[in-house]
Design a protein around this ligand. Structure first.
Ligand code: TRP
Length: 336
C-alpha cells in the first residue's frame, strides 16, 4: 500500500501556546508516529514575513516553534521536519505557479478580501492600502509548499480550507496545461481537535493577547491560570462545565476518568480557586518534562539548527528532483 503523505506548515509568528498544542501540535505528533504516514512538518518562516517585519521576533519564533515540536517528542527520523526558507526550490516553484494562477482566484482569498473590506470600512482612498504582494499571493506560496512534496492530506484549521481548494485548483491547471505532475491535496480538519479559549474567554489567540504559552516557568504558569476569567458563582453552587474555560482546558489534557471526576465536582459545586489549582497541577504534570527539554534546546540553539539542517537535506532530496521535473515540463531545461 502506498503511504499517505501528510504535510502541514506552522507560521513562525509568536510563541506556541496551549491552544496550538491541543489543536495542532498534539494531533500532528501522534500522526507522525503512524508508520503508514509519511509526515512533512515545516516552519513556514517565509509566510511569517507577511505578518511580521521585526527580524529578531521572526528569528526567535523559529527557534521557539522548532524547540517546542522537538521537546514534545516529534520523531524526526520518521518525519520530515524543516524550515521553509532552507528549501530554495519552494520560492522557485512559487513563481512558476504564479504564472498560471488566475489573479481573479487570488482576489477571492478570504484574508485579502478581509483586508480590502477593512480599508473600505475605514474609508481609505485606496482599497488596497497597506496590502502587500506577500499577503495577496500568500496562497500561491502555500500551494508550492504542498504540491512540491505531493502531499495527500493537509491537516489545517477551518480558516485554511479555502487555501487548500486554491492549491488543488492551481495543481489541476498545471496538470492540464503541462502534464500530470501534481497530486491533488485534501484538507483535513479535525472535528475532535480542541479549540481552547484564552484568559479572557475568547478563542485563545496571539492576536487577542490572551494566550497561555506552553512552556512558561512553573510560577508563571500558575499566575496565568489564576488570571483566567470565571463567573462570580460562589464555591458551593453547582456549576456548568459547558463553555467554562477552565473545564475546556482541563479536558484537552486529562484522561477520560479524570474528566468524569471533575464533571461530578462541578455538579456538586467546586470553588474556582480550587479548580484553578487542579488545572495547574494537571498541566504542570503534563508539561514539566517537555519544559525541561524545551529550556535546554532554547539554551542550545545549535542542536535545533543541526536538526533543521538535517531535515532540509532530507526534504531537498525530494524537492530538487521534483523541481527539475516541473521545470522540464514548462520548458526550462538544458539546450542540449
Ligand atoms: N497558512 C498556514 C497557517 O497560517 C500555514 C502554512 C503555510 C501551511 N504553508 C502551509 C499549512 C502548507 C499547511 C500547508 O496556518
Amino acid at each position: 500500500m502506498k503511504e499517505t503523505r501528510v504535510l502541514t506548515g506552522i507560521t513562525t509568528t509568536g510563541t506556541p501556546h496551549l491552544g496550538n498544542y491541543a489543536g495542532a501540535i498534539k494531533p500532528a505528533i501522534e500522526a507522525s508516529r503512524d508508520l503508514n504516514n509519511k509526515s512533512f512538518y515545516f516552519l513556514a518562516d517565509l509566510h511569517a514575513l507577511i505578518k511580521n517585519q521585526n527580524p529578531s521576533e521572526v528569528h526567535r519564533s523559529s527557534l521557539e516553534v522548532a524547540a517546542t515540536w522537538l521537546a514534545l517528542g516529534l520523531d524526526t527520523d520518521n518525519s520530515y521536519f524543516y524550515r521553509q526558507s532552507d528549501i530554495p526550490e519552494i520560492p522557485e516553484l512559487t513563481w512558476i505557479l504564479s504564472c498560471l494562477t488566475a489573479k481573479g482566484l487570488m482576489n477571492r482569498a478570504h484574508a485579502y478580501k478581509a483586508a480590502v473590506a477593512e480599508n473600505i470600512d475605514q474609508k481609505a482612498n485606496d482599497p488596497d492600502k497597506g496590502i502587500t504582494m506577500g499577503l495577496f499571493s500568500y496562497p500561491v506560496l502555500m500551494a508550492a509548499d504542498i504540491l512540491m512534496f505531493k502531499a495527500d492530506i493537509v491537516p489545517v484549521g477551518k480558516d485554511q480550507i479555502q487555501h487548500l481548494e486554491m492549491a488543488r485548483d492551481i495543481a489541476m491547471r498545471f496538470n492540464h496545461i503541462y502534464r500530470e505532475i501534481f497530486t491533488l491535496p485534501q484538507a483535513q480538519t479535525d472535528e475532535n481537535a480542541a479549540v481552547l479559549k484564552g484568559l479572557d474567554g475568547r478563542k485563545m489567540s496571539k492576536s487577542y493577547n490572551n494566550t497561555i504559552p506552553l512552556f512558561v516557568p512553573e510560577k508563571k504558569l500558575k499566575k496565568l491560570i489564576n488570571k483566567i476569567t470565571t463567573n462570580s458563582q460562589p464555591p458551593e453552587e453547582p456549576k456548568e462545565t459547558k463553555d467554562c474555560t477552565l473545564f475546556e482546558i482541563y479536558s484537552a489534557f486529562a484522561a477520560k476518568d479524570q474528566i468524569k471526576d471533575i464533571e461530578k465536582r462541578y455538579s456538586e459545586g467546586i470553588g474556582w480557586g480550587e479548580m484553578k489549582s487542579i488545572l495547574f497541577e494537571l498541566l504542570n504534570d503534563h508539561l514539566k518534562d517537555a519544559r525541561k527539554d524545551y529550556e535546554y534546546l532554547i539554551e542550545n540553539p545549535s542542536i535545533v539548527e543541526e536538526t533543521l539542517k538535517k531535515g532540509a537535506l532530507k526534504a531537498r532530496e525530494e524537492a530538487v528532483p521534483m523541481l527539475e521535473k516541473i521545470k522540464d515540463a514548462v520548458g526550462l531545461k538544458s539546450l542540449v
